[in-house]
Each structure stands twice: as structure tokens, then as C-alpha cells.
Design a binder for this molecule. Structure first.
Ligand SMILES: *[C@@H]1O[C@H](CO)[C@@H](O)[C@H](O)[C@H]1NC(C)=O
Ligand SMILES: *[C@@H]1O[C@H](CO)[C@@H](O)[C@H](O)[C@H]1NC(C)=O
Ligand SMILES: *[C@@H]1O[C@H](CO)[C@@H](O)[C@H](O)[C@H]1NC(C)=O
Ligand SMILES: *[C@@H]1O[C@H](CO)[C@@H](O)[C@H](O)[C@H]1NC(C)=O
Ligand SMILES: *[C@@H]1O[C@H](CO)[C@@H](O)[C@H](O)[C@H]1NC(C)=O
Ligand SMILES: *[C@@H]1O[C@H](CO)[C@@H](O)[C@H](O)[C@H]1NC(C)=O
Ligand SMILES: *[C@@H]1O[C@H](CO)[C@@H](O)[C@H](O)[C@H]1NC(C)=O
Ligand SMILES: *[C@@H]1O[C@H](CO)[C@@H](O)[C@H](O)[C@H]1NC(C)=O
Ligand SMILES: *[C@@H]1O[C@H](CO)[C@@H](O)[C@H](O)[C@H]1NC(C)=O
Ligand SMILES: *[C@@H]1O[C@H](CO)[C@@H](O)[C@H](O)[C@H]1NC(C)=O
Ligand SMILES: *[C@@H]1O[C@H](CO)[C@@H](O)[C@H](O)[C@H]1NC(C)=O
Ligand SMILES: *[C@@H]1O[C@H](CO)[C@@H](O)[C@H](O)[C@H]1NC(C)=O
Ligand SMILES: [Cu+2]
Length: 574
């Protein structure tokens, strides 16, 4: 019955494609080069795309094909990921190193080639190897098809703001040193708005750092669509604009039921579009925007605050400058009740044009613990992990993933799994314990390269359970190739007999990056209708480096458009 249904659905999709007008092809060239940038009185050579930090914006319309030729002129191996693009039929363009491709080596190039179908909104692209995404990232803006409007009042103007970090140190040296010592890595020195840290930091580039400050120029009485992206390596961020309220209309390139808020919480990997209505008669010319982290857990983190300026181009009679007293009020750094309140406000639009297709029944239930753990310290070395005798590690169901030496997608496609991976990833924790209570005596993780295999069109429920081994922390989990519906979340241990009764199966939010609550769980549903090998990992770069990553292998379906296509001729070799 299921296959007849999916056959007729597939025929409908094909018919719809013929009837709808096709998009155009957009060409981009990304030259990867070193470039000098100065912030916080420090000039530093960073790796950039086309000499820009943040990198260039990819503009497209829903239905367009995008071709990006990436040419690597630096000594580092490199790949680019198009975060949130579903890559149906273009699985070889997804980008995570050693998952869907081998890296583009020095003086080599690769053309990422994909069509953006069934998606519109804000996403971003970033390097997907080691910590290179610190400086190699930029926006992806997908407009609706021609003559299709937004499901909210048309804004007068659109602006993009990428939140990021500035590091005085070389980020590749930072993670190399941390992996060597086993300790927590050094932290960033500032947060940034479109690359600028703002006047709260020491700066040598102008009076009170104003030259090092991002300014958003606006006119009174207008509506602006702000496309917000968190590209920071390791930090969830609170964002607020003094004396202005914003309306959230989209998350991860999916429309949501609009809701108002003064403050936003955004994890690395998440994108959000908001409407900003400017004041018709502002009493001041300038207002401050503020940005600082949300953090619970142990260890050090960058606890600084970045700011930027909202400037009315029609001067008001009020004071023309701002002082730091004018910073917007931001929640306290560990405000988990804000997290809970805020995340519960997201609901899918769920209209005829944008229906919710959350699986109502589940073929496969999977329960995954996510969190930190330890690895033994090599003999003859003193380590800086917990108790000085271990290294920090991180895992999913206690498996800390080792990357293979050939991409998993290649091994899978060519059926040449010469011991590169195993298919026995545990679908339930091998050892049960009180996940959010006292940790077990042995906190060491297992190392391995294992995948979960799903047959085509399986409806899957994943419960992601945070653990309090080392410390309970919120983890932003990102799944490649899919969006997932967030059907439930809670604190403590997931209770499979009680918690599903409270699931939202009507209008749950759909996202590509979901924050697992610190000391809690989140339940996700999706349908495995995109064959390929798809990475899933914490979007904190430090945790992915410690092994909080795994892959899903989704098998081909019966129909031609349900199969993994052959790799492009220029796919980089290992
Ligand atoms: C960057 O600056 C350093 C000195 O600070 C200089 O030696 C180097 O040539 C510069 N690199 C580029 C690409 O401009
Ligand atoms: C991009 O992919 C499409 C579909 O597979 C193919 O027809 C086209 O030739 C590719 N273009 C380039 C430049 O590789
Ligand atoms: C980074 O910066 C700090 C403080 O300036 C320094 O102590 C540390 O050795 C640097 N290097 C690395 C790899 O983090
Ligand atoms: C901005 O809001 C603060 C309280 O959050 C208030 O004290 C201040 O007067 C407001 N300023 C303007 C210009 O509206
Ligand atoms: C940030 O952390 C440092 C080091 O842990 C501490 O000295 C400082 O007081 C903290 N600053 C704020 C604003 O919390
Ligand atoms: C704001 O402007 C006034 C008048 O021009 C000046 O006296 C004051 O120092 C300025 N404050 C800041 C923080 O720039
Ligand atoms: C948050 O941090 C403050 C200051 O460090 C502390 O007093 C408070 O107990 C913390 N709250 C929670 C919920 O951890
Ligand atoms: C949740 O947020 C709303 C405003 O956005 C606020 O009125 C309410 O008090 C908050 N609830 C909690 C429990 O913090
Ligand atoms: C480790 O220590 C042992 C004895 O202390 C020594 O024989 C061995 O050579 C050391 N190994 C390394 C790699 O330093
Ligand atoms: C770990 O080592 C550092 C110095 O290397 C020392 O100060 C600290 O007391 C040690 N901690 C434990 C728990 O042994
Ligand atoms: C797990 O540990 C927490 C925190 O100590 C405790 O509140 C809870 O009752 C424990 N749950 C079970 C099932 O033992
Ligand atoms: C670059 O990638 C190739 C292929 O996987 C690998 O053999 C080589 O060691 C890598 N080089 C660096 C500097 O990581
Ligand atoms: Cu994490």
C-alpha cells in the first residue's frame, strides 16, 4: 500500500515539475585565499573566500540551479557545506569532509552543483573541515519564485546580519593544541556583527571603536526584514535591539507562525528571519544592538558582549550618540528558562501552501544520548582533560566518531566498504544509566565509524537525550539532507510511556538545527526520503572535533528519482 502511495506521489511530483516554470542557473566563483584583517588592535591573516569576511552572499530564487566553483589557493584541505540545502539529487554537493566528499586539496577545484527546490528563506554556507568555518562562511538567500510573495507583509527593505566570532589566535592552532593536550580549547576574543565586534571592545581603528562597528542604517516608519545567521563556532547567542520589538517569521528557511519578542536566542547553525518595524518618530537617532552568549555547563567560554548600532537616517532631535548604558537588556548568561520559553514559541505556519507533513506514525524509534565523555590519556603524557588523566571527548550513544579516510558516500556508492565503516551504530544506548543524574564510573567513550542504515521512506523518530557526564549542556544538533519536525522537548530523562502523549503532531516547528535542552531531551520526526549518506552532529565545533558526530545511510528507493546519482567527474580524490 505504501509503495503505491509513494509511486503516485512521485508521479505527481514529476507532473508538478513539468507544469511549473524552471529556474535559471547562477554561477559563482569562490577563490580561497589568505587575507589580512584587523580587529581588536590585531592584524591577522585569515582564510577567506574572495578576500571577504564574512564571505560573499549566494542569491538565488527557489527553483534555480547554483554552480559554485571553489578553487583552493591555501595549504589547507577544504570543503564547503551549503547548510540547510536539502541536496535532493545532488548528494555529492553537500560538502562535509570524509562524509560526502574528500577535501579539495591545494591548487585543486570542485564545482558544487545543485538545484534549490522546495525551499526559500535564509541559510548559510560554511567550510566543513576542522575549524575553518571560523572565517569561511557567508549567507545563502533564497527568494520565493517570481510573483510569489512572502506569507507576511512585504518589507520595505531586507538586511542580513551574520553573528560570528573574532579570534586573536589562529583557530587551526587552537583546536590542534586542544586535541593534543586533551583540554578545553581557548575561546574567542569577541563576538561580531557582520565581522565587526563593536564599541564594547578595545579597538585601535577609531574613536571608541566606532570604526570597528557595524551600523544598520534605517528610515523611520518602515518594515525591515532582518536575515539573522549564527555562524559562531561554539556559542549559542542572545540578540536584542534596544527599545525595539521584533517579529519572528522564519526559522532555518521555513516559515513559522509570527510571534513578537524583544530578544532572540539562536544557536550555531540556525538562521532566523525577523521583521523590524522602525519607530515613526524615534526619540533618538541611534540605538544599540547587543549580542552575548547563552551558556550552561562547566568550562570556560567567551563571556563578552558585542554591540552594533541601529541608526535612523533621519536625525531625531534627541541625543545623537549612544552610551553603553543604552545596551538592550539581555537575559543572564545561564537563563535556561528563557531558552525553554523561547523555543516553545516556534510553530510551523501550517497553511495550505505550507502544510505540515510530520509523520503521524513511526516505523523506527531511535534513542540517542548526546554529550561529553573522556578518552584515556596516552602513556607518558599529562593531559588537561577531566582529572588530568584523561582527554575530553564527546559522543552519540557513547560512540565518538572517527572520520574514515575515504568519504562514506563514495564507499557506499561504489559498494567498496573496505572496512571504512560499520553498519551497527546502536539505536539505543548500550549501557543505560540515569542520563541526567550521577554519571557512571567509567566515562570513557568508544571510538568507531558506524552508521545507522535506513530503508527509503522510513518514518523515523529520534529522541536526543543530553547527558550530564562531565556537565549537562545544550547541544545544537544539525542533520544534513533533511529538515526535522520538533515534536517534543523536556527536562530530565525522556519517559517513553508518558512524554509522547504531549507531542505536537499538528504544527510542530521544522528545522535543520535543533538545540537539545541542557539536562533534557528533544524528540524529532522525519521521513527518510532522501537517499545518501547524511552527517548529523553537534554544531559546536569543539564538540564535533571531540567526536559528537554520526552518519545516516539512507538506501535508494525503487523509482529513478529515488536513487543516489553517480558522482560528478571532478569530485575530489583522497
Ligand atoms: C599580512 O600582513 C603581514 C604583516 O602583518 C604581511 O607580512 C603579509 O604580507 C600580509 N599578507 C597579505 C596577504 O597581505
Ligand atoms: C550540474 O548538474 C546537472 C544535473 O546533474 C547537470 O546536468 C549539469 O551538467 C551539471 N553542470 C555542471 C557544470 O557540472
Ligand atoms: C592563544 O592566545 C592565548 C592568549 O593570548 C595564548 O596563551 C595561547 O598560547 C594562544 N595559542 C593557542 C594555540 O591557543
Ligand atoms: C529604552 O528602554 C529603556 C528601558 O528598557 C528606557 O529606560 C529608555 O528610556 C528607552 N529609551 C528610548 C529612547 O526609548
Ligand atoms: C568573564 O569570564 C572571566 C574569566 O572567567 C571573568 O574574570 C569575568 O568576570 C567574566 N565577565 C563577565 C562579564 O561575566
Ligand atoms: C555624546 O555627545 C555629546 C555631545 O556631542 C558628548 O559630549 C559626549 O561625550 C558623547 N558621548 C559619547 C559616549 O560619545
Ligand atoms: C546562573 O549564574 C548565576 C551567576 O553565576 C548563578 O547565581 C545562578 O545560580 C545560575 N543559575 C542557574 C540556573 O544555573
Ligand atoms: C515567556 O515570554 C513571554 C514574553 O515573550 C513573557 O511574557 C513570559 O513571562 C515568559 N514566561 C516565562 C516563564 O518566562
Ligand atoms: C614512555 O616512558 C617509558 C618509560 O617511562 C619509556 O621507556 C618510553 O620510551 C616512553 N615512550 C615515549 C613515546 O616517550
Ligand atoms: C591538574 O594539573 C594542574 C597542573 O598541571 C594542577 O594545577 C591541578 O591541580 C591538577 N588537577 C588535578 C585534579 O589533579
Ligand atoms: C536521576 O537523577 C536525578 C538527579 O540526581 C534525580 O532527580 C532523578 O530522580 C534520577 N532519576 C532516576 C530515574 O533515578
Ligand atoms: C589532505 O587530504 C588528503 C586526502 O584525504 C590527505 O591525504 C592529506 O593528508 C590531507 N592534508 C592535510 C594537510 O591535512
Ligand atoms: Cu555539543
Amino acid at each position: 500500500m505504501n509503495s503505491t502511495l509513494s509511486l503516485s506521489a512521485a508521479i505527481l511530483v514529476v507532473l508538478a515539475n513539468i507544469l511549473l516554470c524552471r529556474g535559471i542557473t547562477r554561477h559563482y566563483k569562490f577563490d580561497i585565499n589568505a587575507h589580512n584583517v584587523t580587529h581588536l588592535c590585531k592584524t591577522k591573516s585569515i582564510i577567506t573566500v574572495n578576500g571577504k569576511f564574512p564571505g560573499p552572499t549566494i542569491f538565488a530564487r527557489e527553483g534555480d540551479r547554483v554552480l559554485i566553483k571553489v578553487v583552493n589557493h591555501v595549504p589547507n584541505n577544504l570543503t564547503i557545506h551549503w547548510h540547510g540545502i536539502r541536496q535532493r539529487g545532488s548528494q555529492w554537493a553537500d560538502g562535509p569532509a570524509y562524509i560526502t566528499q574528500c577535501p579539495i586539496q591545494t591548487n585543486q577545484s570542485y564545482v558544487y552543483n545543485y538545484t534549490i527546490n522546495g525551499q526559500r528563506g535564509t541559510l548559510f554556507w560554511h567550510a566543513h573541515i576542522s575549524w575553518l568555518r571560523a572565517t569561511i562562511h557567508g549567507p545563502i538567500i533564497i527568494f520565493p519564485k517570481k510573483n510569489v510573495s512572502y506569507p507576511f507583509p512585504k518589507p520595505n527593505k531586507e538586511k542580513t546580519i551574520i553573528f560570528g566570532e573574532w579570534w586573536n589566535n589562529d583557530t587551526e592552532a587552537v583546536i590542534a593544541q586542544a586535541l593534543q593536550t586533551g583540554g578545553g580549547p581557548n575561546v574567542s576574543d569577541a563576538y561580531t556583527f557582520n565581522g565587526y565586534p563593536g564599541p564594547l571592545y578595545n579597538s585601535c581603528t577609531g574613536a571608541k571603536g566606532m570604526a570597528d562597528t557595524y551600523k544598520l542604517k534605517i528610515k523611520p516608519g518602515r518594515t525591515y526584514l532582518l536575515r539573522l545567521i549564527n555562524a559562531a563556532l561554539n556559542d549559542d547567542l542572545f540578540f536584542s535591539i534596544a527599545n525595539h520589538t521584533i517579529t519572528v517569521v522564519e526559522a532555518d528557511a521555513l516559515y513559522v507562525k509570527p510571534f513578537e519578542t524583544d530578544t532572540l536566542l539562536i544557536t550555531p547553525g540556525q538562521t532566523t528571519n525577523v521583521l523590524l518595524k522602525t519607530k515613526p518618530n524615534p526619540s533618538h537617532t541611534t540605538y544599540l544592538m547587543g549580542l552575548r552568549p547563552y551558556f550552561v555547563g562547566s568550562g570556560t567560554f567567551d563571556n563578552t558582549t558585542a554591540s552594533a548600532i541601529l541608526e535612523y537616517t533621519v536625525p531625531s532631535p534627541g541625543p545623537k550618540n549612544v552610551t553603553l548604558n543604552d545596551l538592550p537588556c539581555l537575559p543572564s548568561i545561564n537563563d535556561t528558562s528563557f531558552f525553554t520559553n523561547f523555543t516553545s514559541k516556534f510553530q510551523s505556519l501550517n497553511t495550505a501552501a505550507f502544510p505540515v507533513t510530520v509523520p503521524q506514525t513511526v516505523d523506527k524509534h531511535i534513542f540517542l544520548t548526546v554529550g561529553l565523555g573522556t578518552s584515556p590519556c596516552p602513556k607518558n603524557q599529562t593531559c588537561q582533560g577531566p582529572t588530568n588523566t584523561t582527554k575530553f571527548s564527546a559522543s552519540i550513544n557513547n560512540i565518538s566518531m572517527t572520520l574514515p579516510s575515504i568519504s562514506l558516500l563514495q564507499s557506499h556508492y561504489f559498494g567498496q566498504n573496505s572496512g571504512q565503516f560499520k553498519t551497527d551504530f546502536p539505536q539505543f544506548p548500550l549501557n543505560q544509566f540515569n542520563y541526567t543524574g550521577t554519571p557512571p564510573n567509567n566515562t570513557n567513550v568508544l571510538n568507531g565509524t558506524k552508521v545507522i542504515v535506513l530503508s527509503y521512506n522510513t518514518s523515523v523518530e529520534i529522541v536526543l537525550q543530553d547527558t550530564s557526564i562531565i556537565s549537562a549542556e545544550s547541544h545544537p544538533l544539525h542533520l544534513h539532507g533533511y529538515n526535522v519536525y520538533v515534536v517534543g522537548q523536556g527536562f530530565g530523562n525522556f519517559n517513553s510511556s508518558k512524554d509522547p502523549a504531549n507531542y505536537n503532531l499538528v504544527d510542530p516547528v521544522e528545522r535543520n538545527t535543533v538545540a537539545v535542552p541542557a539536562g533534557g531531551w528533544v524528540a524529532l520526526r522525519f521521513r527518510a526520503d532522501n537517499p545518501g549518506v547524511w552527517f548529523m552532529h553537534c554544531h559546536f565545533e569543539v564538540h564535533i572535533s571531540w567526536g559528537l558526530r554520526m552518519a545516516w545511510m539512507v538506501l535508494d528507493g525503487m523509482l529513478p528519482n529515488q536513487k543516489l546519482p553517480p558522482p560528478p567527474a571532478d569530485l575530489p580524490k583522497c
